[in-house]
Write a protein that binds this ligand. Structure first.
Ligand SMILES: Nc1ncnc2c1ncn2[C@@H]1O[C@H](COP(=O)(O)OP(=O)(O)O)[C@@H](O)[C@H]1O
Ligand SMILES: [Mg+2]
Length: 250
């Protein structure tokens, strides 16, 4: 059985940082892991240290062009074309495979292609033990249904009550849209001795399941500052050790 984990939250809360370290943690347990960067403003390839040339969005455009020119390879349906291209663009890295969604669909809806893509990616995901998805900021992924089949939703939050409120809204919206996650957890990020108990109280008040608290860490900030892949951070880094514990609970 594949376990699909999505990482969500407001922009700048640490989704990509957490996703990167979660991938590092899970890839120590299994190599059968698919990572999907579903943030249009994607930077997971950089933090994982795995450059990606072609995105799913590019393939969607390719198909549009080929269709306009009536140039689909003969004997191939559009679905076959998408499927074979997705197989081609997956980056096979050490410990995980990586797929980048890229820019989302523009205003002129290309709905059938989007639903084919979703279906192909869903099927493709079934061959893995774990799928980790770094989502776009906010709640759009829910209404677009990109996180419909997710087992575990992890909302990364800063210490503020407003930040935790996003987790509450994700819970509520998922309910309204009849999207069922097996679990929804909150990871509080950039936590220190001063704000720790406040975060705990706020989470309790909002009835959120706080699965971990990550400290602010200079080394992580430094990696990002100079653009070094966070995936290569020392395995004794304090934040990574915490993420490892979270990974064991998932
Ligand atoms: N625990 C942490 N300690 C230090 N810096 C952090 C920590 N978590 C995130 N950051 C930094 O905060 C910034 C935003 O994090 P990022 O993961 O890119 O957020 P998001 O993906 O949610 O927009 C980045 O510069 C990142 O390096
Ligand atoms: Mg990000």
């Amino acid at each position: 059985m594949t376990k699909i984990i999505a990482v969500s939250g407001k922009g700048g809360t640490g989704k990509t940082m957490f996703s990167t370290l979660l991938v590092k943690a899970i890839s120590q347990k299994t190599n059968n892991l698919l990572v999907i960067d579903a943030d249009p403003d994607s930077n997971l390839p950089e933090t994982l240290g795995e450059p990606v040339e072609t995105t799913i969005g590019d393939i969607r455009e390719e198909l549009k062009e080929l269709t306009q020119k009536d140039n689909i390879p003969s004997g191939m349906s559009k679905q076959d074309y998408l499927k074979s291209r997705i197989f081609e663009i997956v980056v096979e890295a050490e410990g995980f495979d990586l797929l980048v969604m890229g820019r989302p669909e523009g205003s002129g809806c290309y709905c059938s292609v989007n639903s084919w893509l979703r279906q192909i990616i869903d099927n493709f995901s079934k061959d893995y033990d774990y799928v980790v998805i770094d989502t776009e900021a906010g709640l759009e992924h829910l209404s677009r249904r990109t996180t419909k089949n997710v087992d575990t939703m992890i909302v990364v939050s800063d210490a503020s009550k407003r930040g935790l409120g996003t987790a509450k809204r994700i819970k509520k919206l998922a309910n309204e849209l009849e999207i069922k996650f097996k679990d929804i957890f909150v990871v509080a990020n950039k936590i220190n001795e001063e704000n720790k108990s406040i975060v705990e109280n706020n989470a309790k008040e909002l009835e959120l399941n706080l699965i971990g608290k990550l400290p602010f860490n200079e080394e992580i900030a430094q990696y990002d500052l100079v653009g070094k892949p966070l995936f290569n951070i020392d395995k004794n880094n304090e934040v990574f050790l915490e993420v490892n514990k979270i990974a064991d609970k998932l």
